[in-house]
Design a protein around this ligand. Structure first.
Ligand code: PAF
Length: 299
């Protein structure tokens, strides 16, 4: 692994790789790496000649200052995880570049003025609740695409709506990049791995797997219940969890939304038959212990 901080150095490395006709895989991350990220990097190492992993907490995608400040930053540990992974992976890639720019390096002109719009895929779920978030994601991802010029880019399905937004970005900018969505990696107790999990107290961490357990039950209910009934059941089950379970420290789940949507258009469905072509996905955001957790279930 080689760490690169300057965009000019990344550009030079990419130029050289392109001259040798190497295929580049890009894994964009905000650091605080966990097994979910490592699974993306591992796949990229197997499918490309050169892998660029970016570790950059992108300030312009945070619409909440406190969230940005509290976002975990564990760069030394991240670099060690990448080095260890690289040495134990049977890989095609001959090199891995860990790109760890500063904010000034990424945005030398200050906060970028460009704004992206994605229409219906951003008008649901996270979109209205985090104004400017997806545009901020698109700005940094496009910048990373320009710098790394990847053939393939890897994104985790936990941020399901983000994948739809990146798909739309690629259609808009017409870059011939293969978008590779990768499955969620879960802890043994079912909790979707997330950098935010490290902010949960031990008691909250014990409760958190109930989110996935509820979604799994919802998938079973979908065999015989209507869409609206499944939605209502998930929201009620989590909102009243503390009434029927032993929850320490006054902890309780506060669901922000649970939507059942078409897996590609992300438009909410009212009948299961509406998602016959693309499939249906349930997407949830829940607050627990001051931490906002998201997860999905495929129906
Ligand atoms: O999913 C993330 O971690 C971020 O949104 C991304 C894609 C790295 C852009 O900052």
């Amino acid at each position: 692994m080689k760490q690169i901080i300057k965009t000019a150095d990344l550009e030079a490395a990419v130029k050289e790789a392109k001259q040798q006709q190497l295929e580049i895989g890009l894994v964009p991350t905000m650091g605080a790496l966990h097994e979910g990220h490592l699974s993306l990097i591992e796949r990229a190492l197997k499918e490309n000649d050169l892998v660029v992993v970016s570790l950059f907490v992108n300030p312009i995608q945070f619409n909440n200052k406190e969230d940005l400040e509290k976002y975990p930053r564990t760069i030394e540990a991240d670099l060690k995880l990448i080095t260890d992974l690289e040495s134990r992976t049977e890989k095609k890639a001959s090199a891995l570049l860990a790109f760890t720019p500063t904010v000034d390096e990424m945005y030398p002109q200050g906060e970028p003025k460009e704004v992206y719009h994605f229409g219906p895929v951003e008008e649901v779920m996270e979109g209205p609740r985090r104004p400017g978030h997806f545009s901020g994601v698109a700005v940094v991802v496009r910048r990373l695409f320009d710098l790394a010029q990847p053939k393939r880019a890897y994104f985790g399905e936990k941020d399901y709506q983000q994948i739809a937004v990146i798909r739309s970005l690629l259609e808009q900018i017409k870059y011939p990049i293969e978008l590779i969505p990768c499955p969620i990696v879960r802890a043994d107790d079912g909790l979707a791995l997330s950098s935010r999990n490290m902010r949960l107290s031990p008691a909250a961490r014990q409760m958190a797997p109930a989110i996935n357990a509820t979604l799994e039950q919802a998938a079973e209910m979908a065999e015989y219940e209507e869409v609206d009934d499944v939605k209502e059941w998930v929201l009620d089950t989590l909102a009243s969890w503390h009434e029927v379970n032993d929850c320490p420290d006054g902890l309780q789940f506060e669901p922000e939304y649970f939507e059942i949507v078409d897996a590609i258009t992300l438009q909410p469905i009212a009948e299961w038959a509406e998602a016959e072509k693309n499939g249906a996905v349930g997407c949830i955001a829940v607050w627990l212990d001051g931490v906002r957790l998201i997860d999905i279930v495929k129906f």
